[in-house]
Every structure is written in structure tokens, then in C-alpha cells.
Design a protein around this ligand. Structure first.
Ligand code: SAH
Ligand code: SF4
Length: 346
């Protein structure tokens, strides 16, 4: 019988216990983690410095991967969207975005999302389940293998795919620790970004974890009325409290918070919105990323014109806020921000 549990879903302690119970030497854990996170192997049998009986025991007890690639689409701009199937048939999407010398992978943390933001297709579709740490990591590992076959390395990982990472705190954090650990994948903290709608208790908890990740906040509006209309979570955690939680987050020297701001035509880009935003971030080191809304069928918003986005950017810049326009990539294949979704069946 093949094991049904992905080995990467075990915590380090659980794995250590399992090894101890089998009477394995202590260095086995390090060897195993090397194979799991730093090499690209397709099966336990390829872990050639492990004894054969031990490899067979692993094979019996565990699965090596919890996801399987089922489809892939490549956009003319080089963006690739991967569709993975989980063991229970749920679908997970990840997006690989090449940009000059950077290769960024955008991963999902949930199937669907509970937050229900009005402008987000994932949010409109509702929530199915949390992803496990193994499923989050497998997105990186499977895409890394693909990238390496083209002699490229993933340079950045962003938790900006489907789902709200802090709503799946335990599994997202476990995956993040492996990503930035030298025992794991060894990404620099600066190259891993977590984007949140602003779940305050979890943001406060994150401060205690001692992981100086890059934190991005999806702001999207600078007054409570507009923000609550767009993002129901704002009724629970209003703007001024979210900003206070952000201020409490330890920001390394020379670093800035990223504020993401989806620009919705006629909704949140007036001079008044710019003034509110300026007041909100006073004294805080931030950069603002404006994301022109990516429309989807049935959406109640429209994409703003280029002029409108440029004007909004200019007003913010004039008040000293570094503001960038982020053109979502991979629009042709619905890989752009907010367009990821879960699908029934294949
Ligand atoms: N749940 C987290 C991370 C995933 S969403 C969060 O909301 O921060 C990643 C980004 O996509 C968010 O900043 C969100 O505001 C943006 N987004 C969602 N729907 C969008 C759309 N239709 N067009 C453009 N950006 C969108
Ligand atoms: Fe969820 Fe983020 Fe989409 Fe809001 S924008 S519904 S939090 S994925």
C-alpha cells in the first residue's frame, strides 16, 4: 500500500519522531530535507544516498507530492499559469511571471477565499478549503523543477494567488518557514512576500514569529465607507486599526510596506481618494502599487482608462508617495490578479 499522506505535510517534529521510531540515525532528517526541498526528485527511489530499505519504507508510508500538474497555459508575455490537482480533486492555480532577471512565482494558499471582496473572482466564487503546507510548497517545488529544466531559478515567491494567507495561518506560516529556511529552500526573506487584506489578530501574531517577510496590504480604498463596500472584512477590521497593526509590524531599515490598490473606474481614484490615502499613510514608509482592475464576466466594475490611473498616480507622487502602476501580466490566460478561480472537475 502506498502511503496517503504527503511527507511535506508533517511538521519537522513529526518527521523526526517517525524517524526515531524506526531507529534511524539523527542525520537522516537533514538528508531527507535536502532531498525534499533542495533537490528535484520525482520519487523516493531517486534519493540515492538513503538505504534502499529506508526508501521503501518512505514509499510505503508517504506520498512525495500532494499535487499533480494537470494543465498549463503560456501567455504571449511569457507568463505561465499552472493548474494542479490535489488528491481530493480540488484545483489549485499558480502563476509564474518572468520579468527581466526576476522570475516570480505567485502561489495560492486556499481553494477559493472566504473574504468575498467584490472585485475579485476568487472571492466571488466562495471558499472550498485551506491548502496544506505540503500543497503550498509543492506549487513552488513543481514549478521550480520546470524552471530548472529551462535553466532558470525562481527568484521571488509571492503569496498572492487564490485565498487569504492569514486566514490559513498555520499552514501558510509552516510553508513560509520552509521557504526561507536554509534547511528548506533557502529563499532570502526579502524575496518572499505575503499579501493580506488585513486580518489584525494574525498580523499581530506574525510580528511574534520573527520572520521579516515582505508584507503587502491590500488597501484598495482609503476611507472606511468605500473599503467596507469593496471588502466586507473592513467592517470587522476597519482601516485605522489595520493601519495601526501595520505600524506595529517591525520594518527593517530601508524597507517599505507595499500597499496594493486595485483601481476601479469611478470608485476609488478621485483627488479626494488621493488625499485620504496620503493622510492614512502619514509617517509610514510605504510604496503604493496601483493595479488597474482586471474585469471578469459578471463583474460590477470597469477597468479605468490609462489616463485615470496616471492621474491618480501623479496626485499621489506629488504628495511624496512612491506610486507604481502594476500592469497585471498574463491577462490572455486569466492569470492576472484576481482572476484565479477554482474549477469543478478537470
Ligand atoms: N488575499 C490576499 C492575496 C491574494 S489577492 C489579498 O487580498 O491581499 C492578490 C491581489 O490581487 C490583491 O491585492 C487584490 O486586491 C488584487 N485583486 C483581486 N482582484 C483583482 C482584480 N479583479 N483586478 C486586479 N487586482 C485584483
Ligand atoms: Fe480573497 Fe484576496 Fe480575493 Fe479578497 S482579494 S477575495 S482576500 S483572494
Amino acid at each position: 500500500m502506498r502511503g496517503a499522506r504527503s511527507i511535506k505535510d508533517l511538521s519537522r517534529e513529526e518527521l523526526a519522531r517517525w524517524l526515531a521510531e524506526r531507529g534511524e540515525p539523527r542525520y537522516r532528517l537533514d538528508q531527507l530535507e535536502g532531498w525534499l526541498y533542495r533537490q528535484d526528485v520525482a520519487g523516493f527511489h531517486e534519493m540515492t544516498n538513503l538505504p534502499k530499505v529506508f526508501r521503501e519504507a518512505l514509499e510505503e508510508a508517504f506520498l512525495l507530492f500532494s499535487l499533480e500538474e494537470v494543465a498549463r497555459e503560456e501567455a504571449p508575455d511569457g507568463t505561465i499559469k499552472f493548474l494542479f490537482a490535489a488528491r481530493d480533486g480540488e484545483r489549485v492555480e499558480s502563476v509564474l511571471i518572468p520579468d527581466r532577471d526576476r522570475l516570480t512565482l505567485c502561489v495560492s494558499t486556499q481553494v477559493g477565499c472566504r473574504m468575498g471582496c467584490r472585485f475579485c473572482l476568487t472571492g466571488r466564487q466562495g471558499f472550498r478549503r485551506n491548502l496544506t503546507r505540503g500543497e503550498i510548497l509543492d506549487q513552488v517545488l513543481l514549478v521550480r523543477r520546470e524552471a530548472r529544466s529551462r535553466e532558470r531559478e525562481i527568484t521571488n515567491v509571492v503569496f498572492m494567488g487564490m485565498g487569504e494567507p492569514l486566514d490559513n495561518y498555520r499552514e501558510s506560516l509552516a510553508a513560509l518557514r520552509i521557504l526561507v529556511s536554509d534547511r528548506g529552500m533557502g529563499f532570502s526573506h526579502r524575496k518572499v512576500t505575503l499579501s493580506t487584506v488585513g486580518l489584525i489578530p494574525q498580523m499581530r501574531r506574525l510580528v511574534q514569529e520573527g520572520l521579516d517577510l515582505t508584507l503587502a496590504l491590500s488597501l484598495n480604498a482609503a476611507d472606511n465607507e468605500t473599503r467596507s463596500f469593496l471588502m466586507p472584512i473592513n467592517r470587522k477590521y476597519p482601516l485605522e486599526e489595520v493601519m495601526a497593526a501595520l505600524r506595529a509590524y517591525p520594518l527593517p531599515p530601508r524597507k517599505r510596506f507595499t500597499l496594493e490598490y486595485v483601481v476601479l473606474k469611478g470608485v476609488n481614484h478621485s483627488p479626494r481618494d488621493a488625499r485620504h490615502l496620503v493622510r492614512l499613510v502619514e509617517g509610514l514608509r510605504v510604496k503604493v502599487n496601483l493595479i488597474p482592475f482586471n474585469p471578469f464576466p459578471g463583474a460590477e466594475f470597469e477597468r479605468p482608462s490609462e489616463r485615470e490611473v496616471l492621474d491618480f498616480q501623479a496626485w499621489l507622487r506629488a504628495r511624496g508617495i512612491s506610486t507604481f502602476i502594476r500592469q497585471s501580466r498574463g491577462q490572455e490566460i486569466s492569470a492576472a490578479c484576481g482572476l484565479l478561480r477554482w474549477r469543478e472537475g478537470a
